[in-house]
Ligand binder design. Structure first.
Ligand code: SAJ
Length: 431
């Protein structure tokens, strides 16, 4: 297959394997850029909804993009559709299991399917987050006896989707690409330069591309852990960490604010470091720092529960029997994604202590006990887990009306002074 040129764009066909929060935006973008675009997913329900121009992904901008191009994408749950494609982009989940070990099953089964139907000479691109070495040690062997450079080409372009981000989207986020061979790298780089309106950096190896995403997200995890440890320290010293972060941020260089919280959720940040930790172990290196950061971040839900215990005790109450309103199930603001959300551990621990819980997340009403805060007439304690914009309307007066005694602010979201001024006990994370 010749390198893709702009003229070839309309002739080349792209199949996206896995139509979740990574694959679906990519399929929409390819269709918008006039590629003949196929969308394949094993979940027939997902396919049926997409054929109607609907998606369970609760992101307005994606829904709008899908509505514009839905008739330009051929959606199917039959892998036969892969046969048509000159390019196959694999965007399937790579979660971790209970023991924090990478679960490559979805990737492995996808590759086996792709192998069965791949068009000779097609370019296979992996966007799923994988540990350095996965492409060469796991994916390549699965594609045997197909011949690299004849039957297929293989490259990795780590996904950088940030659901809900209004500034950075799949089209304008710069990307990095690495292939098994120079030719693989060039083909994949050429492709992304055609699809994206952003810089595309071609790396010298596929391992470098695999390591890039892991570094990006491990960087974020350790910085969050740093702030979580500072928060614990400042809480004991009576220092307001929010004020100190704001102060440190006035330094115009060499400081990058991150924020303490009741836990680190999502499908990337709390997951990706484990990929490197596990892989490095195999080569005899122990990522003490990454592992420590993970332990610190994993300790935050319990730290938050202890703040709830202390706050209620200060109000002369026990958790047992207290009415506690949990605000937020999603792992980050203004989305409905609950993966790895700290809310679940907090809820589990409070239930164990006999709390009477009311759960409310305006973005996850199907898992909420109430559909509006108006339904909550009174409660002893309010715990904010997710800083949804909707919660801005919870003023100290609203708290007073509901006879709230304690506020535990898991994201340092509320105005502490205004709450304290109403003689409501306030516990933040490091403030
Ligand atoms: N969190 C903190 N403190 C912080 C930042 C985040 O506790 O300072 C928590 C959030 O509450 C959440 C979790 O960490 O529970 C993850 O938050 P996130 O903002 O990192 O959100 P994600 O998981 O959607 O991260 C994505 C990542 N993008 C990709 O992997 C392609 C990440 O690399 C981005 O940095 C991040 O979006 C972003 O910047 O928004």
């Amino acid at each position: 297959m010749q390198f893709l040129s702009f003229l070839d764009m309309q002739n080349s066909k792209i199949c996206i394997v896995g139509l979740g929060y990574v694959g679906l935006p990519l399929a929409c973008l390819c269709a918008k850029k006039a590629f003949t675009t196929f969308g394949y997913d094993i979940n027939n329900k997902v396919i049926e909804e997409l054929k109607k121009g609907e998606t369970i992904i609760n992101e307005q901008s994606l829904k709008e993009k899908l509505a514009l191009v839905k008739d330009k994408i051929t959606f199917s749950s039959s892998p036969q559709i892969i046969k048509e494609a000159d390019v196959v982009v694999v965007c399937v989940p790579t979660p971790i299991n209970e023991q924090y070990r990478p679960n490559l099953e979805p990737l492995i089964s996808s590759i086996k399917t792709v192998k069965q139907y791949i068009k000779p000479g097609a370019l296979i691109i992996l966007e799923s987050t994988i540990f350095p070495g996965t492409s060469e040690e796991v994916v390549l062997p699965l594609l045997k006896p197909l011949l690299l450079g004849t039957d297929f080409y293989l490259a990795h372009c780590p996904e950088r989707i940030d659901p809900g981000n209004k500034t950075w989207n799949i089209s304008n986020i710069p990307r990095v690409v690495g292939g098994i061979t120079e030719e693989c790298s060039k083909k994949a780089t050429e492709l992304y330069k055609l699809i994206l309106d952003a810089d595309v950096l071609q790396l010298n190896s596929i391992k470098a591309a695999e390591a890039t995403k892991i570094m990006e997200n491990s960087f974020r995890d350790v910085n969050i852990a740093f702030m979580n440890e500072m928060a614990k320290s400042f809480q004991s010293l009576g220092i307001d960490i929010s004020e100190v972060i704001k102060a440190a941020s006035t330094k115009p260089f060499a400081f990058m604010p991150h924020y303490p919280g009741c836990g680190v959720g999502g499908h990337c940040i709390p997951v990706d470091p484990y990929y490197l930790i596990e892989k490095a172990k195999q080569s005899g290196f122990d990522h003490k720092f990454l592992a420590l950061a993970r332990d610190i971040n994993n300790s935050m839900p319990l730290y938050t529960v202890n703040l709830i215990v202390d706050g209620l005790n200060k109000a002369g109450k026990a958790v047992n029997g207290s009415k506690i309103l949990i605000l937020g199930l999603a792992y980050k603001p203004n989305v409905n994604d609950m993966r790895e959300s700290p809310s679940f551990e907090i809820i589990k621990q409070l239930k164990k202590k006999g709390a009477n819980l009311i759960i409310f997340d305006p973005h996850v009403l199907e898992k909420s006990d109430v559909v509006s805060l108006d339904e909550v007439k009174e409660c002893d304690c309010v715990v904010l887990v997710t800083s949804h914009h909707d919660f801005k309307k919870i003023t100290p007066d609203v708290l007073m009306q509901k006879q709230v005694r304690v506020v535990v602010d898991g994201r340092n979201f509320f105005d502490k002074q205004s709450i304290v001024s109403k003689e409501i006990i306030y516990k933040g994370i490091g403030r």
